[in-house]
Design a binder for this molecule. Structure first.
Ligand SMILES: [Zn+2]
Length: 471
């Protein structure tokens, strides 16, 4: 086993000066290419220590596990983890409301918190993340290792185009880039005129890698073109993403790769689960690997929270294995994914999510009995020649019938009425084939719909409004 990490102690101790040979595919080949049963044994050892840590220090977990009749002694084998109740984000919010600011799952002294981050709270009470120094260093170790797998090396210049505020995505990317020894260019996003500035700086500084959300990368490309610059000329070799499913949606991935001429790498679990890159693709882009010896992930049935078989669909449930400050043990994501243990050309033996996180249980909407995910609409539209880059979905009800309206942009080359009619028919037909429902397609010129600087919200469901108005 590599001497760069001491796994006989918990949390593990990493050698902060270690870097693999630049030609090496893996950061820690012994851990990444481990025989899965041997890995399970390693995970079990780490998990026992993680559970004991939480049990001894967190009233939140102690109460929850007491009520479920489990304790760290319950965990005799890895499958015993299923006996532990899942944690939901609502419980975390409730715990923080009752014991502000960090909740009863902070397992270190509040004075040991080195960094405070959080969610914006657009969908309820904001969540506060308190991260201690040791955790933050291990987050850097994990992210460096995973970025290495994506092909980032010393000598790369990484342009980080996302918010530097409460948002953990940007900071986590920065920490990994710095630990790996590449050049970080933490540009940020969100201020007025900042995208244009980012394009101009990129033209001068020639970064070789990009981090942001997929929607933002496409917005960045539009601004570059408006400046008379082909985004391919910027020379990005690797573009890695989190925050949205886009980088795992096949047509969006192809579009990003064609637009920039670099690899589009999908990453990201949840802010609570930071190191969030432990869902992370390697440079072969076969779907996100689950870096199981860092965060143990099980794709579970969304009702029973028991793991589903490889090949099946479920919701990822995450468990930290080396977090001291706010460990998450069986946190339910609410995302949807299919997992597989089929081999990847990189040689890593981690399971993968071949389609990424392609939906959320609460994003899904039902139209005339069909389950519809926004990502399926995106994948369909982006594969159509003539699509102008942005779309909205409006679900409404007319005379007691659900109606699906897709408002899509057309590219300037398809502006002629005949071409537009043909494009609209193609879109309606392909969407019908994919979704099982025939939408009404309404075309608008490219550039009409608002671009996002962060996470795109593309679905408007008017049916609740309708129900209220007819009552
Ligand atoms: Zn791989």
């Amino acid at each position: 086993m590599t001497s760069a990490v001491d796994l006989t102690v918990w949390p593990p101790r990493y050698d902060a000066t270690y870097r693999p040979d630049p030609a090496s595919e893996h950061w820690f080949p012994e851990l990444e290419c481990m025989e899965p049963h041997a890995r399970d044994a390693l995970i079990l050892v780490k998990l026992r220590r993680q559970l004991a840590w939480a049990w001894e220090r967190s009233p939140f977990y102690r109460k929850k596990w007491d009520a479920a009749g489990v304790s760290p002694a319950t965990l005799r084998s890895l499958p015993d983890l299923e006996k532990f109740p899942v944690v939901t984000k609502a419980e975390l919010r409730a715990s923080q409301a009752a014991a502000p600011p960090y909740g009863e799952y902070l397992c270190v002294e509040p004075g040991a918190v080195a960094r405070i981050h959080g969610t914006s709270g657009t969908t309820g009470r904001p969540t506060v993340f308190g991260i201690d120094r040791g955790d933050w260093e291990r987050i850097g170790e994990a992210h460096a290792r995973i970025l290495w797998g994506a092909g980032i090396r010393r000598g790369d210049r990484v342009l980080i185009c996302s918010f530097f505020s409460l948002y953990l995505g940007s900071w986590g990317a920065l920490e990994g880039v710095e630990r790996l020894g590449a050049t970080a260019f933490p540009f940020g996003a969100g201020a007025s005129g900042q995208t244009l500035m980012a394009v101009q700086w990129a033209r001068e500084l020639r970064p070789t890698a990009f981090y942001g959300t997929p929607s933002y990368a496409l917005h960045f490309a539009e601004i570059a073109r408006r400046e008379g610059l082909d985004p391919r000329e910027l020379g990005f070799r690797t573009l890695f993403f989190s925050g949205e499913p886009g980088a795992g949606i096949p047509a969006t991935k192809r579009l990003i790769e064609a637009t920039f001429g670099g690899l589009c790498v999908d990453m990201g679990s949840m802010a609570e689960m930071t190191p969030w890159m432990t869902n992370g693709e390697c440079r072969h882009r076969t779907g996100m690997h689950l870096w199981q010896d860092l965060v143990y992930t099980q794709v579970c049935d969304p009702e029973t929270f028991r793991p589903v078989a490889f090949g099946a669909e479920g919701t990822p449930v995450y468990t930290h294995l080396e977090r001291t400050s706010q460990p998450m043990i069986r946190l339910v994501s609410g995302d949807l994914a299919r997992w597989t243990d089929a081999p990847c050309p990189c040689g890593r033996t981690y399971p993968r999510l071949p389609g990424g996180l392609y939906g959320r249980l609460d994003d899904m909407f039902i139209v005339r009995g069909e389950n519809i995910y926004p990502s399926a609409i995106e994948d369909t539209l982006r594969a159509i020649e003539g699509f102008g880059g942005e779309f909205r979905v409006i679900v409404s009800r007319r005379e007691a019938m659900d109606e699906l309206l897709v408002r899509a942009e057309y590219a300037p080359a398809h502006a002629e009425p005949g071409a537009r009619a043909k494009l609209s028919a193609t879109m309606a037909e392909r969407l019908r084939a994919r979704l099982g429902v025939r939408p009404i397609v309404e075309l608008v010129p490219a550039g009409t719909l608002e671009r996002t600087e962060f996470k795109a919200r593309r679905v408007i469901d008017d049916r609740d409004l309708y129900r209220r108005s007819v009552r």
